[in-house]
Design a protein around this ligand. Sequence first.
Ligand code: ZN
Length: 198
Amino acid sequence: MFIEPKRGRSKDSRMGWIEVICGSMFSGKTEELIRRLNRAKIAKQKVEIFKPSIDIRYHEEDIVSHNQNAIRSTPINAATEILLYTGDCDVVGIDEAQFFDEAVVDVANSLAAMGKRVIIAGLDMDSTGKPFGPMPGLMAVAEYVTKVHAICMICGDIAHYSYRKVSNGNQVMLGEADTYEARCRKCYHLPDESAEKL
Ligand code: ZN
């Protein structure tokens, strides 16, 4: 007897997927993440949001984008902790994913296999122009990748580099406009005596 596979709205049979929103600083990654999550909430979907506990720039339990559009979130230390908190939710948001360990790739795949929509935002490059942490792996396994851009603070072209104006020797450095500038490819490589990269 042929049994037609379940389709559509049943949570048990639905396959999930992974979306990545990547880009430089000041490119609106978190705003785009919040926009997608808020639309899901309006549709009465259960949404859980996580970020690495290293990102405590503003408020410990809010994702706060630069335009003060806040969404409550859970700060966690390791990516695998996400699996402990996502039991019955439909949509899982992860912000600042570049700070997580590589395990976040397997976590995202597991969540999608459970039928969840996974939306991940993060910096694709560090300030030296190198791929940042687990972001390349996440982009590889995602169904959808959106690269958002900033505006070059030197010339006004489209920018995709996060240029660090002050160096402290670490890849991870939290900061805002006093530490970083969005720059285009041309201006990123400008010689600048007043600023040093790693
Ligand atoms: Zn420029």
